[in-house]
Ligand binder design. Structure first.
Ligand SMILES: NC(=O)c1ccc[n+]([C@@H]2O[C@H](COP(=O)([O-])OP(=O)(O)OC[C@H]3O[C@@H](n4cnc5c(N)ncnc54)[C@H](OP(=O)(O)O)[C@@H]3O)[C@@H](O)[C@H]2O)c1
Length: 257
């Protein structure tokens, strides 16, 4: 079987997506920073599903990491047919709370590394009988989110970029899907330094990473361009489209301030 590369596979949604793909018989290349978590997941997936699972620990906040991943796959002669661009995180609070370098690192992970991986791997993916790219955005992609501004904007990029690629490749053997989860019970809130109000709001509507991964992988194989995960998040995106921006943004601001 060919390989699926899953970024951000050490925990949360990415770990569950890797498990879904291993269950379907794909060999997996697990990418994130946490070496121990990746190695133990690789070991358990290869034992449980009789597949080959490899771990590559890299920091995707570096500009050359996508090239490192690509070179590794070339050296190992991996036949890659799926790329899951899932690694990502948010920074909540005032924009000024974080140094420019912190914003830049987040945008490198959320936007640049994702784009670079697409650019590097698409020529190879096109040579496969059937190939897939699955990009993980967010329900935050559908509106401006004060106090989570750069993150939400980065996910708007992921959504629009993915839809554009979907159109460009839809008559080919490469399918590009974008999945937008809403609040999901992972380490995301801790990494984003979400305040108590944000934590409480998220906890009320949290889905599990297993649920999100199942929906995401199904959507990818169904070649859907965009999927908003869960009816609450679908309703949120609809209201963001329907209501005046100011009302939508004030409501988000009251959660993340
Ligand atoms: N949870 C939510 O509420 C939610 C909602 C909407 C969208 N999402 C999106 O879903 C995706 C997965 O997030 P999650 O909820 O599963 O959060 P998570 O549990 O914090 O997982 C994030 C993953 O990204 C990896 N990652 C973070 N920074 C990295 C870096 N610099 N280099 C390499 N890997 C890095 C992490 O691995 P290491 O720490 O080991 O590097 C981890 O595997 C993200 O794109 C996130 O924006 C999440």
């Amino acid at each position: 079987m060919s390989y699926a590369i899953i970024t951000g596979a050490s925990k949360g949604i990415g770990k569950c997506i890797a498990t879904e793909l291993a269950q379907r018989g794909y060999d997996v290349l697990l990418v994130a920073r946490s070496t121990d978590l990746l190695n133990s997941l690789a070991q358990s997936l290869s034992q449980e599903y009789a597949i080959t699972a490899k771990a590559l620990s890299v920091d995707m906040a570096s500009a050359d990491t996508a090239a490192t991943i690509f070179d590794y796959c070339q050296q190992q002669q991996l036949s890659v047919s799926i790329i899951v661009n899932n690694a990502g995180y948010g920074l909540s609070g005032t924009f000024e709370k974080y140094a420019a370098a912190a914003h830049e690192a987040m945008l490198q992970v959320n936007i640049m590394s994702l784009t670079q991986l697409c650019a590097l791997f698409i020529p190879q993916l096109k040579k496969q009988p059937q190939a897939y790219i699955l990009n993980i955005a967010s329900s935050a992609a559908y509106q401006a989110v004060p106090y989570l501004g750069a993150y939400a904007a980065s996910k708007a990029y992921v959504l629009r970029f993915s839809r554009a690629l979907y159109q460009e490749y839809k008559n080919s053997n490469l399918s590009v899907s974008c999945v937008c989860p809403g609040p999901t019970d992972t380490d995301f809130v801790n990494r984003a330094l979400l305040g108590p109000k944000g934590m409480k709001a998220a906890a009320k509507v949290n889905m599990t990473p297993e649920q999100v991964a199942q929906i995401a992988v199904k959507a990818m194989f169904a070649k859907k361009p965009t999927t908003i995960v869960g009816w609450v998040n679908k309703l949120g995106a609809f209201l963001a489209w329907l209501l005046p921006n100011t009302i939508v943004e004030r409501s988000a601001m009251s959660i993340y301030q």
